[in-house]
Design a protein around this ligand. Structure first.
Ligand code: NDP
Length: 337
């Protein structure tokens, strides 16, 4: 049973010493348990937070512990009703080949789901995050302008496409021309601006001539800086993530703009609300699942995945995700299903 364990807490970007590949024996499932073999491991930005022991909404992974992570697995042996050998399940095996489960928190996807790995993306946590953050906090009305960064990732791409279905103007922000072209040509965004361009703030302003009503916050940093002056009165900011800051070791230099920001929020009556998807919106999951499967069946939502082969390649693929090297939802194929 190959396992990737947290060898040390990273300072800044994780290095080759952060995670170590180790080998343990394959566990045996007892009464009322099942043995799961990981087929796909999801890579998600929140995992950087679990490597750190800074205060957060969830406990960190212990040093020496197996890295946590969402997985799609197959049942190898089962002593649980409703889980048969060969079934695909959505589980939380972490970064390892095998795990034993008592079935708690595990969803059976059936013997032959169409796209097993999609349960880690558009049909799972990231898709739900986009749907809930946008509809419950962003609450866009037709004709309003939405801005979302990490626009081709699983959350951002879904936010933008739902925004279009709701009749909004959608402006994406992404790293590089290829991603921006994809957001407009394939995902149907009205515009997409490369945050690496020198005149990024001016380009963003030109793409949002009527101002910004909903800023779906995925990244923070210079995108947030460029957005704030463009926000309209009564704008909403669902604060979903701040991926540009996840490897940061200190606050950026510069004048303290905390009170300037609060002044903007006050004068423009802006609503800023953070959320942790399952804590805040778990009860809405069935509604999301119904909406999303309807949209996918009707070809109204597109989904792009990037498969990385081999558990041993997961650490490097994860560092690349935080750098923006992924193009679409990054998933590791740990075994052939
Ligand atoms: P992505 O697959 O989109 O990966 C992160 C992307 O962030 C990168 O591909 C890159 O895209 C972008 N990025 C990285 N650094 C910067 C930077 N300095 N400036 C601008 N963009 C940058 O991730 P997800 O779709 O899985 O997640 C998106 C966000 O949602 C994350 O912040 C994540 O933490 C958050 N999240 C929050 C949840 C919650 O419950 N609150 C649940 C799930 C996700 P590019 O190259 O285009 O810049």
């Amino acid at each position: 049973n190959r396992q990737l364990v947290l060898a040390e807490r990273p300072k800044g970007e994780p290095t080759k010493d952060t995670l170590k590949l180790t080998e343990a024996s394959i566990p045996t499932a007892g009464n009322g348990q099942m043995l799961l073999r990981t087929v796909y491991l999801s890579l998600d930005p929140y995992m950087r937070g679990r490597m750190s022991d800074a205060p957060s909404y969830a406990a960190p992974v212990e040093v020496g512990g197996v890295m946590v992570g969402g997985t799609v697995a197959q049942v190898v042996t089962s002593d649980i009703d409703g889980f048969a050998v060969g079934d695909y399940v959505l589980s939380f095996n972490g970064w390892q080949d095998y795990a034993v489960s008592d079935g708690a928190g595990v969803t059976n996807l059936g013997a032959s789901p169409d796209h097993p790995s999609w349960a880690l993306g558009i049909l799972g946590m990231p898709g739900f995050t986009a749907w809930a953050g946008l509809t419950q906090i962003g609450a866009p009305k037709a004709g309003e302008t939405i801005v979302v960064a990490a626009a081709t990732g699983p959350v951002g791409a879904t936010v933008g496409q739902i925004g279009k279905l709701l009749g909004c103007r959608v402006v994406g922000v992404a790293g590089g021309q290829d991603k921006c072209d994809y957001a407009v040509a394939e995902l149907g965004f009205d515009a997409c601006i490369d945050h690496k361009a020198d005149n990024f703030p001016a380009q963003l302003a030109a793409a949002a001539p009527d101002g910004i009503d909903v800023y779906f916050e995925n990244v923070g940093g210079k995108v947030l800086d460029a957005v704030i002056p463009l926000l309209n009165a009564n704008a909403r900011i669902p604060v979903c993530g701040l991926v540009s800051q996840y490897n940061a070791t200190k606050l950026p230099d510069g004048p303290d703009r905390m009170n300037w920001l609060m002044g903007q929020i006050l004068r423009k009556k802006i609503k800023v609300q953070g959320f942790i998807i399952f804590d805040d919106f778990g009860h809405l999951y069935p509604e999301f699942a119904k909406d999303m499967s309807t949209w996918i069946d009707a070809n109204k939502i597109k989904y792009r995945e990037e498969i990385i082969d081999g558990l041993e390649n997961a650490p490097e693929a994860f560092v690349g995700l935080l750098r923006g090297e992924n193009f679409g939802k990054r998933v590791v194929r740990v075994a052939q299903g």
